[in-house]
Design a protein. Structure first.
Length: 92
């Protein structure tokens, strides 16, 4: 009976050691996965910031393009008008 109880106590002791070791391994694995996930989130945030800045730059360029297009259209209109006046003066 004593051998049985000593065996049972040893079995429980070693099983608790094994469970403690397994818990440590799982905790370490979880920590590495969390670190990987945090790195992924940081990369996604950086990508988001880059896209956001690219969109802002594109909007600024679009506004500049619209403004410059209006200026160029006015200049072309004025040049055509001047050429038309010169052509009329030469015919007269």
């Amino acid at each position: 009976m004593i051998f049985f109880l000593v065996g049972l106590i040893l079995a429980l002791f070693f099983s608790s050691l094994y469970l403690n070791y397994d818990f440590y391994k799982q905790k370490k694995l979880f920590k590495s996965k969390m670190l990987l996930l945090e790195n992924t989130f940081e990369e996604q945030n950086q990508t988001k910031v880059n896209y956001k800045s690219n969109i802002e730059i594109m909007n600024m360029l679009e506004q500049n393009m619209k403004r410059n297009t209006k200026i160029v259209h006015n200049e072309i209109y004025n040049l055509n008008f001047e050429l038309f006046e010169i052509a009329i003066q030469k015919k007269s």
